[in-house]
Design a protein. Sequence first.
Length: 365
Amino acid sequence: MDNTENTTVLTFPEPRALALSIRATALVFEDPLSRALLARIRQIAPSEATALIIGDTGTGKELIARHVHALSRRAEGPFVAVNCAALPESLVESELFGHEKGAFTGAVATKAGWFEAAQGGTLFLDEIGDLPLGMQVKLLRVLQEREVVRVGSRRPIPVDVRLVAATNVDLAEAVRAGHFREDLYFRLNVVPLRLSPLRQRPADILPLAQHYLQVYSERLGVRHAELSAPAREALLKYPWPGNIRELENVVHHAVLVCSGGLIQPEDLHLAGQQALYRSAPAAPAEEDDSLELALRRLFEQAPPHLYDTVEEVLMRTAYDYCERNQVHTARLLGISRNILRARLQRYGLLPGAALRERDEVESFA
């Protein structure tokens, strides 16, 4: 954490290593919403209560988790961050709880899991909503019993870990849809910390922009760039669908292309991005009719497995459109990543994942 001119700035220990990350690499607390959140963090951090951070991608959830850890009595212990969405479904249990040598194919040595790695400190589970239902049961048991059992072992290992989880989905809605366990939700939601999207805390926008101006001017070895008045106005008017990470990219680009060290609105490259994120206008009637007409023609043909055919086309097209990024595809379709993975595997769009899953099943047979 850095306090510059009375502005509280949170950054990662090594922000340079996150240049290609989709996460936010800095947070400021100038907006009233942000100041209220900071006060709440300072209030709950010294406790041992499990915290659930709720916020969109790119809003700074991991930075909040790190700040909770830094202000807690566990600050001298490790902070371990795990992205649940990035863990292969067949290896989630091994990654979280560890495994014994020979427990499955590829387990050539005993390995401690992330819970053991965070012993005495804080374990941050990002995108907790993507955890498979079977693993949700096991995570709940660990939280209740305060012990883990490695894959391939029957010996429980006590763990002293504070859990901080994060999600960019509505877990209450996921519970109602049957995608997330209600008992685990209540266990995680002891202390909710809601992180608003950047568009809802406009007083943070310019301080963040100034922070990134300094970072990238120094990193690129150029004269410290400044924002013109029209550029500042453009930043404040933009809706920031990509939140803080998008702001960082915009400032980085502006520092590269601006002339004379003064950034103008055209240097921000917002117009094209705004067109991408602006709410699409209502489709003309003929476009709606064309989609309905195509479906009606398909119904008339009555091909076998019609629903699966339509769903496969939808999944494949969306997956290709999102450049085979599962997180983005799931968000585009409004479904969980677990459901998406199941559909992609069903239609052979994840052959590698399906093969790994088969090997895992055979190794336990």
